[in-house]
Design a protein around this ligand. Sequence first.
Ligand code: SAH
Length: 255
Amino acid sequence: MVHIVGAGSGDPELITVRGQRFLREADVVIYAGSLVNPELLKLCKPEAEIYNSAKMMLDEIIHVIVLADKAGKTTVRLHTGDPSIYGAIQEQMDALTKNGIEFDITPGVSSFLAAAASLKQEYTLPGITQTVIITRCSGRTPVPDTESLAQLAQHRTTLCIFLSVNMLSEIKNELLSAGLEETTPIAVVYKASWPNEEKIIRGRLNTIEEQVKASNIDRTAMIIVGQCLGATLEQYRKSNLYSPQFAHMFRKAES
Ligand code: SAH
């Protein structure tokens, strides 16, 4: 049996209760060493075999899992954040299926959500936007042409941009070409939720590159763009949910 587990964004307390239990019980743990907080490995049994997947190729990972499975052992495959977002789990799941190995998935707190918590920000403000787009810039993994930032930004939603903090200049150009103003609010959150390591930088499209350069952030950062950032009560509409004029299944409206 293999449990694919989302480790959460960094703070070891942000793994789920179920993920924590699987980690405690595992005979074999393969963790994404580049981003998973190693503090979590302290939960493992002393005799658990632990592998850092940052140093492995897909075939090696599958080989370790197949051997464990044949020996009747349980493996936890520990991914950063939530495994469904840039987690490269599909190819692993397909290989497990091909080898007749059972698996399940436990979700995790993705870094774009940890970043919202760090920023103390709601991404879906009524009157501003009701949509969040998760994306990245093209790097060694290309992004389909129909999903260029310039096209996505035209919707004026909240944008959460992964894996791209070293491309802030390209991001600015694409967003400007989509018609966004130079003063559009943007934030970069480095190591969101990591105890004592997190850094938050708030700026505008025309300032953020310099600000980020000055703070030496070059990886493990989330970029958030949109008018939700720092919007004031006068700029967004209060939600209907708690409005006195609005009735719903659990509450009558005030007359
Ligand atoms: N599955 C992960 C994402 C893996 S891709 C998730 O759900 O969060 C790796 C990228 O995620 C990094 O380049 C960075 O953009 C982002 N990331 C991961 N952890 C982060 C954190 N604690 N703070 C900010 N960004 C983070």
